[in-house]
Design a protein around this ligand. Structure first.
Ligand code: SF4
Ligand SMILES: [Zn+2]
Ligand SMILES: [Zn+2]
Length: 318
C-alpha cells in the first residue's frame, strides 16, 4: 500500500477516494478537504474570526486544529452540560487541547452559570435529553459568538453526521429541514453565521487525524445518546458504504448540488412563519419570536428542580 502523493508506505486507505496516504500526506489531504469545503460553500473570509463549538470529541478538536493550520483566527467555546463524568472528562480534553497550544477557550457551565443541567432539564421537560441539550448549545454558542464579535460559529459535524441527518429527513420527507440542511447558514436577524467545515471528511478520517496529530479526545459516546435514531442511521449508511464506497459522499454532496435548492421555499416558509415577529428576549437580549426566549424559559422551568443524578432519571420519554 503506497501513498498516493509520495509513493512511500501508506498508513491509511480511503476507499471512497480510491487513495492511500502516508501520515504527512493524509494530514495535507484533510486540510485540503476543509479548505475546499470553506471555499466552495463560502464559509469564511481570510480575515474573519471564528468561534469553534468544542465538545472535547474528535471532530470539534480536529476542526479547531485544522482551521488554525489553515491560518484562521479560531477560538474555542465549551459548555459544561452536567452529564456526569462524561461532561467532566470531555471538558477536560477541551481544556488540555487549548492550554497545550496556548489557545483561547471560552467556557460556561449550565449548572454553575444557568442553574440547571441536561439530565435535570430532561426530567423537568419530560423530553429526550438531546432536546434541552441542543436548545442550550444553540443558544449559548450563538450568544457567545455575537457577544464576542465573531463572524461565524464552526461546528465539528462531519460527513457521517450530515449524511445521517439527511437520511432521517429523507425517510420522512421533512422538506422544511431538507431546505435548511446546508453546510453554511448565513447570519440573520441577530443570529451568527453557522458553518460545518468537516462535511467532506468522515468519522474514520477524523479519528485518524487526531491520532496522527497527537490530539487526545473523549472516545466514549454521550450516555444520553443511547437509542438515538441518528446512531442507527449511521449504522445503516455504514453498511451501504462498505458495499459501495463513496455512497455517503454522493448521497450528501449530490443532494447539495442537485436537490437542496428545491426545498428552499419550504425552509423559507417555515422561517417566515415562525419568526416573522422576531424581537428580542426581554431577559437575555437574544433574538426571539416571544417575549422570553426558549432558553430563558428553560432556565425558569428548571430553577426549583431537584438536580437529577445520572442513572436516576425516571419516566422521561425516549
Ligand atoms: S447526545 Fe444529546 S445529550 Fe448528549 S451531548 Fe449530544 S445532544 Fe447533548
Ligand atoms: Zn506521502
Ligand atoms: Zn432569553
Amino acid at each position: 500500500m503506497k501513498c498516493r502523493t509520495c509513493r512511500g508506505p501508506a498508513i491509511i486507505d480511503l476507499k471512497a477516494h480510491n487513495a492511500n496516504f502516508c501520515a504527512e500526506h493524509f494530514l495535507a489531504f484533510c486540510r485540503e478537504q476543509v479548505a475546499r469545503a470553506i471555499k466552495k460553500h463560502r464559509m469564511l473570509g481570510p480575515d474573519e474570526r471564528v468561534l469553534v463549538a468544542v465538545s472535547g470529541g474528535k471532530d470539534s478538536l480536529a476542526v479547531w486544529d485544522i482551521l488554525l493550520e489553515l491560518g484562521y483566527q479560531a477560538d474555542g467555546f465549551v459548555i459544561g452540560l452536567g452529564i456526569g463524568e462524561y461532561s467532566e472528562t470531555s471538558t477536560g480534553y477541551a481544556r488540555a487541547f487549548a492550554s497545550e497550544r496556548g489557545l483561547t477557550l471560552h467556557e460556561t457551565s449550565l449548572r454553575d452559570d444557568h442553574g440547571f443541567d441536561v439530565p435535570t432539564a430532561a426530567e423537568v421537560t419530560r423530553r429526550v435529553p438531546c432536546s434541552a441539550c441542543g436548545l442550550s448549545k444553540r443558544h449559548l454558542f450563538d450568544k457567545a459568538a455575537i457577544d464576542g464579535g465573531y463572524d461565524a460559529v464552526a461546528t465539528g459535524h462531519n460527513l457521517d453526521d450530515e449524511a445521517a441527518v439527511l437520511f432521517g429527513n429523507t425517510l420522512r420527507w421533512n422538506t422544511e429541514y431538507l431546505g435548511r440542511q446546508r453546510p453554511v447558514l448565513p447570519a440573520r436577524d441577530g443570529f451568527p453565521r453557522k458553518i460545518k467545515p468537516l462535511v467532506r471528511l468522515g468519522e474514520r478520517e477524523m479519528a485518524a487525524y487526531c491520532v496522527i496529530r497527537g490530539i487526545d479526545y473523549i472516545v466514549e459516546e454521550c450516555p444520553m445518546a443511547a437509542g438515538n435514531k441518528h446512531l442507527r442511521y449511521k449504522e445503516a449508511l455504514n453498511a451501504i458504504e462498505a458495499e459501495s464506497p463513496g455512497s455517503k459522499h454522493a448521497f450528501y454532496h449530490e443532494f447539495l448540488s442537485k436537490a437542496a435548492d428545491r426545498f428552499a421555499d419550504d425552509a423559507a416558509g417555515a422561517i417566515a412563519d415562525g419568526t416573522s415577529e422576531l424581537g428580542t428576549c426581554t431577559r437575555c437580549g437574544s433574538p426571539s419570536s416571544n417575549e422570553v426566549c426558549a432558553f430563558c424559559l428553560l432556565v425558569e422551568r428548571t430553577a426549583d428542580a431537584v438536580p437529577v443524578t445520572l442513572g436516576e432519571r425516571r419516566g422521561a420519554r425516549r
